[in-house]
Design a protein around this ligand. Structure first.
Ligand code: NAD
Length: 463
């Protein structure tokens, strides 16, 4: 099938590459000339595991191409996907200006063609309920005939950054929102190769499809905030949130996903989508109370660790050097949008601390935000040299089993704040660390230096 993807970001590039992998001919469009130059030169503008492999294969076999000219996409494609930003507007509702402007530009290009042709305009961006109708309205106002020249489809995307390629190639489900049988058939044909193992293609009306995406993200965000509240209470009553999680996750009605306590959710989706759904409620006279709390809890949780660090140093970190492990909003991505690490860094900088950050992939994206307000380490251990404490903000695998003898040698003080519960509190105490994590009791560090040396020599790696 001939496909155009408008907007070649995390979603657009992954979708375009994976559609091409199934034999489709895909043109990805973006207004960012640097990005398109990079892509044409064979370089990926984002870090996403496995993407390079599929990108190389499909570009070299000519199925995946790139352009800054929207006309290249429109003239090529029968299926035009919008994978454009929908950032929060001033009042928290999703800003649809990218989507509606691109739709109007597409309409103009279609109108300038000599031959009449049927196309699908497919919304992959996360957009509020009613957007498909607005998109259809823009196309009709430009004189195009719905059902004859075009149909609008809502096709929300559920990929997770960090495992985006795998998610796209093997989705749990595909949601297609349309009231046109012809559009539903074309979309089903496109997606069948992705669900060969039997996962469903769910065909619904446009409004339900739009709501499904917000409902999915909001319920996941709610679980995170709920578990963070449980963790905070565990700390007060002397329970351990890890054990609580194990105990509840075996209940099949609850399941095991999204039950990890930490320093809150970030990224380009959860915060903005929860906010946008809340706003949709308001616009329809409905006060969606849970969502307000989910966001409030998350805002508070993202500050917990910074506050704890400042408190540990008696309220004054102005002469302290603080090492941060993990700058991306989650592991296996270089995306730093709404990253809890960045919230923590901002608070520490405001309090006068010196900050040195390390991340396997997100140094450059972080440098774009903080410039030289913080230092950047070349490797995880280098970040620790003479730092007064280490704060773990993202659970990259490399942080799970570090050489703790080396960590202790390098830190000026053996103090670790762990926002992702990657270490075992008992083990850390045996290794002589003052160790604070989320929702788990802190144990006093072993005070016998000989015992600590022995433990570190025997097992610098945590159990
Ligand atoms: P992104 O910011 O990474 O990419 C958007 C791209 O669109 C950018 O490259 C930008 O230059 C380009 N662009 C802007 N205006 C354009 C125009 N007029 N023509 C062509 N290109 C233009 O965003 P993203 O993370 O890929 O998200 C896109 C949409 O998908 C959003 O609505 C988001 O909520 C949704 N979504 C994102 C994810 C995710 O994990 N990132 C997952 C599911 C859904």
């Amino acid at each position: 099938m001939n496909i155009a993807i408008i907007g070649t970001g995390y979603v657009g590039l992954v979708s375009g590459t994976c559609f091409a992998e199934m034999g489709n001919r895909v043109v990805c469009i973006d207004i960012d000339e640097n990005k398109i130059d990079q892509l044409r030169n064979g370089q990926l503008p984002i870090y996403e595991p496995d993407l390079e492999h599929y990108f190389n294969r499909n570009t070299s076999e000519g199925r995946l191409t790139f352009s800054t000219d929207l006309a290249d996409g429109v003239s090529h494609a029968d299926l035009i996907f919008l994978a454009l930003p929908t950032p929060p507007g001033e009042d928290g509702s999703a800003d649809l200006s990218y989507v509606l402007q691109a739709t109007s530009d597409i309409a103009e290009l279609i109108n300038s063609e000599d031959e009449e042709r049927y196309r699908l305009i497919i919304n992959k961006s996360t957009v509020p309920v009613g957007t498909a109708d607005q998109v259809r309205g823009v196309l009709e106002n430009a004189g195009l005939q719905a059902g004859e020249q075009f149909d609008v489809v809502s096709n929300p995307e559920f990929l997770r950054e960090g495992v985006a390629v795998d998610d796209f190639l093997k989705p749990d489900r595909v949601v297609i929102g349309t009231s046109s049988d012809k559009a539903a058939n074309m979309m089903t044909r496109l997606y069948e190769p992705f669900v060969r193992q039997g996962n469903p293609i769910v065909v619904v009306d446009e409004r339900s499809a739009e709501m499904i995406k917000y409902a999915a993200n909001s319920i996941l965000a709610t679980r995170i905030s709920f578990m963070n509240e449980i963790a905070n209470l565990c700390e007060k009553v002397g329970a351990n949130v890890d054990k609580v999680r194990l105990g509840i996750s075996k209940d099949h009605r609850i399941g095991r996903h999204f039950l990890y306590a930490g320093i809150g959710f970030g990224g380009s989706c959860f915060p903005k989508d929860v906010q946008a759904l809340h706003r949709t409620g308001r616009q329809h006279g409905y006060d969606f109370k849970i969502l307000d709390s989910v966001l409030e809890v998350n805002d508070r949780q993202r500050q917990v660790l910074a506050e704890r660090v400042i408190e540990y140093f008696d309220g004054d970190v102005s002469d302290k050097k603080i090492a941060i492990w993990g700058l991306a909003f989650k592991p296996n991505t270089d995306d730093i949008r709404e990253a809890p690490a960045h919230v923590i860094i901002r608070t520490l900088l405001e309090a006068g601390a010196e900050v040195v950050g390390y991340d396997p992939e997100a140094i450059e994206t972080t440098r774009n935000v903080f410039g030289d307000a913080i230092d950047y380490a070349d490797d995880m251990y280098g970040a620790l040299n003479d730092a007064d404490t280490l704060v773990v903000c993202t659970e990259w695998n490399a942080f799970r089993r570090p050489n703790l003898a080396d960590v202790r040698d390098r830190l000026a003080q053996p103090v670790i704040f762990d926002g992702r519960n990657v270490f075992d509190p008992k083990h850390m105490a045996e290794m002589g660390f003052i160790y604070s994590s989320i929702g788990r009791p802190s144990l006093p560090p072993e005070s016998d230096e000989d015992a600590i040396e022995e433990a570190l020599a025997e097992n610098g790696q945590p159990a």
